[in-house]
Design a protein around this ligand. Structure first.
Ligand SMILES: O=C1O[C@H](COP(=O)(O)O)[C@@H](O)[C@H](O)[C@H]1O
Length: 309
């Protein structure tokens, strides 16, 4: 497939040429990264130039990157990204701590179940957490654990003791407290790293989805939990998206991560993607716009999700 590569200062965007040709007025995202909007059309573009984006320094994320993919390539690229980080962290620290979201993300992890990744990944060193979870039994159809187990975890040899599901016998508040306590033990035993900057746990990789309203994890637009800055794990009993009872990592934890992949597909999310990447002002920022890790943030978009950029 042909790509055009657009370069401005430290930000590079790789766009399938079909997309850029059919929509020549796309602008670079400018909000959270210190850039003014630029027209792709006016930039020097070369087909088939592989894209690399590095070191977009700002007061927020150390590095941000946006990539737009054809549908099938999305799963391929997400798998390679995850496998590369697994390799890096298992070698560096003997463990790889990954936080999963629910929703559409899980299906896009399917390429990790195929060669070469399925054979090369050191699954025994994976430690799996949930960015957010619905407070329902683990075999309930709304359970993010069940979704991940059925579609992914049951097919790879991660030790069951390294899969940290919530205690589904507790109330939402109890489950959040319990999850936070378990994460604290794992930080104390160095399974999970700790951020020397924030003091919050520093997960190696968070795989975040985003809802059409711009929510990430179970942090919804306008909800007071978005502002939570002390708890590691919080409960919510009035989630606007059912089911109402959930637990979620808070923003200080999310934003202490080493790597975050923000994975968004479909035209139904295009407005929220546009607002998160191009919106201005701080008061009405969508939760997705507040994702800004200490480490690197990469947006994985399909053409539909990117269609309003
Ligand atoms: O309720 C949730 O929704 C979001 C987004 O899900 P998607 O199906 O629109 O991708 C998900 O990231 C979150 O983990 C989940 O609890």
């Amino acid at each position: 497939m042909a790509y055009y590569t657009y370069t401005h200062s430290a930000l590079h965007l790789r766009i399938p040429s079909s997309l850029s040709l059919s929509n020549p007025n796309i602008h670079l995202p400018s909000t959270r990264i210190s850039f003014q909007p630029l027209r792709f059309k006016g930039l020097n573009a070369k087909p088939n130039n592989r894209f690399i984006c590095k070191a977009v320094k700002s007061s927020m994320a150390a590095s941000s990157q946006v990539e737009i993919f054809e549908k099938e390539e999305l799963a391929v690229s997400l798998a390679k990204y995850t496998a590369d980080l697994s390799n890096k962290f298992t070698h560096q620290r003997g463990a790889f701590t990954v936080c999963l979201s629910g929703g559409s993300l899980i299906n896009y992890l399917r390429k990790l179940l195929e060669p070469p990744h399925v054979d090369s990944i050191e699954w025994a060193k994976w430690h799996v957490f949930w960015v957010d979870e619905r407070v329902v039994p683990k075999d309930h159809q709304d359970s993010n654990y069940k979704l991940a187990f059925d579609g992914f975890l049951s097919k790879v040899p991660i030790p069951p003791g390294n899969v940290y599901a919530i205690n589904d016998t507790l109330s939402a508040e109890g489950a959040a407290d319990d999850y936070e306590t378990r994460v604290k033990h794992l930080v104390n035993s160095n399974v999970i790293a700790s951020s020397s900057t924030s003091g919050f746990p520093k997960f190696d990789l968070m795989l975040l989805g985003m809802g059409p309203d711009g929510h990430v994890a179970s942090l919804f637009p306008g909800h007071p939990l978005v502002q939570e800055n002390k708890k590691w794990v919080a409960s919510i009993t009035d989630s606007p998206k059912p089911p109402p009872e959930r637990i979620t990592f808070t923003f200080p934890v999310i934003n202490s991560s080493a790597y975050i992949a923000l994975f968004v597909t479909g035209t139904g999310k295009a407005d929220a993607v546009h607002s998160a990447l191009r919106g201005s002002g701080t008061a009405d920022k969508l939760p997705a716009a507040l994702v800004s890790p200490e480490g690197e943030l990469k947006w994985f978009l399909d053409k539909g999700a990117a269609s309003k950029l």
